[in-house]
Write a protein that binds this ligand. Structure first.
Ligand code: NAP
Ligand code: GDD
Length: 346
């Protein structure tokens, strides 16, 4: 029988943290779930997947390296999945310095603490497709040059190179997953997909609100978070630490997401007007369901990129299992249930 492995997950209270915790518990890991100290514990995602009882919770802030070092010393993890951090690109324009401290220097602090305290630990770094920004090709691979277009993307690129440097300089087993957008019914409300499904579900259940969005023509390569955490785990089971693109290989615009989510909620949406004057109307009644507000536009945006997952398919034997249509349907179904039960979530 193989010995039980210990995994430390930072950001366990977030979307990916919850799905990854459930995956590792099912694989018989001892799971140490770390989150920031808060006056009330933020456990609804872990509770939704019924894993609170199966993990050990610890307080960890990636801003404090002594905190990180102590936990590594105490729990002696075989694997660390570093998912903790300020994850909103939009917020990074308002809080550029804080964002860089947490997701840029935070990764450097973690790498340095692992090197000093337990250098045989395998580390997963949550890199992002946001590092690419503006590129000459629309299908990006692990070798595509990066030109990020947000403070978030710049900080993630710093962390991405710190991982490569620690691999080369100190032989750490550190791997970056360059993940494209991944969503789920556990997605935070300030990301566009969940904002759309939660609001349309409430409207479909009798709510009177209007879904107010930014640029409807921006597009993303959207996949399902449950698929993507499996890829994170596979990356740390390789013989050699390497970086991988994880994506669906398809893109859709925000407008298409709204239309698809509307259909799934029983709302047929037609568009009228242009730019900030554009509105989405319910075809049947003419009632306004969607509006555009310039406050949700960003100072700069990445190109509409698609991820090339050839390397992940060949080396990790990984590919997505949930289609775009199915993803939207899953999110709408769950938000309709919550709307009917009067639950306010995340
Ligand atoms: P999320 O739902 O926003 O979760 C982020 C987690 O980080 C939360 O548990 C949060 O804890 C924690 N956190 C925030 N600041 C922290 C700090 N200073 N120290 C320790 N923990 C901190 O994000 P997610 O979607 O699961 O994403 C996980 C990681 O993958 C993030 O690094 C994100 O940038 C990256 N990523 C995500 C995607 C995506 O599409 N989802 C794509 C590429 C990369 P609280 O409960 O205290 O808020
Ligand atoms: N959040 C938000 N809110 N985005 C909107 C809105 C709105 O009201 N209206 C339009 N959008 C557009 C944004 O301008 C962007 O082009 C797109 O919808 C997606 O925005 P988000 O859902 O906030 O995600 P993101 O792509 O900026 O960032 C996510 O994916 C990254 C990977 O590419 C996050 O999960 C990051 O952590 C992740 O690294």
């Amino acid at each position: 029988m193989t010995a039980q492995k210990t995994a430390l997950i930072t950001g366990v209270t977030g979307q990916d943290g919850a799905y990854l915790a459930a995956l590792l518990v099912a694989k018989n890991y001892r799971v140490i779930g770390a989150s920031r100290r808060a006056s009330t514990l933020n456990l609804p995602r872990l509770a939704a997947l019924d894993v609170v009882k199966d993990i050990e919770l610890r307080t960890l802030d990636v801003l404090d390296p002594t905190n990180v070092a102590r936990i590594i010393e105490e729990v002696a993890p075989d694997e660390i999945y570093n998912l903790g951090g300020q994850s909103s690109v939009q917020t990074s324009f308002q809080q550029p310095i804080y964002t860089s401290e947490v997701i840029g220097l935070g990764v450097l602090r973690l790498l340095e603490m692992v090197r000093l305290v337990k250098p045989d630990t395998r580390i997963y770094n949550a890199s992002s497709s946001e590092i690419f920004g503006h590129v000459d090709t629309l299908m990006v691979s692990e070798d595509t040059p990066c030109q990020p277009r947000s403070p978030y993307g710049v900080a993630k690129l710093y962390a991405h190179w710190a991982v490569i440097n620690y691999r080369e300089a100190y032989d750490l087993f550190a791997a970056s997953g360059i993940l494209f957008n991944h969503e789920s019914p556990l997605r935070g409300m300030d990301f566009v997909t969940r904002k759309i499904t939660a609001t349309l579900a409430q409207i479909a259940c009798g709510g009177q609100q209007i879904l107010s969005l930014g640029n409807l023509d921006n597009a993303r390569d959207w996949g399902f978070a449950g698929d993507y955490v499996e890829a994170m785990w596979r990356m740390l089971q390789q013989d050699k630490a390497e970086d991988f693109i994880i994506a669906s290989g398809h893109k859709h615009s925000v407008r298409q997401f709204v239309e698809q989510a509307g259909q799934a909620a029983g709302l047929d949406i037609v568009w009228q007007g242009e730019g900030v004057n554009e509105v989405g109307l319910e075809r049947k009644t003419g009632r306004q369901l969607v509006g555009v507000d310039a406050k949700f536009y960003r100072p700069s945006e990445p190109d509409a990129l698609i991820g090339d997952i050839t390397k992940a398919k060949n080396q990790l034997q990984w590919q997505p299992t949930v289609s775009f249509d199915r993803l939207v349907e899953m999110m709408i179904d769950e938000d309709m249930r919550r709307a009917r039960d009067g639950q306010v979530w995340f």
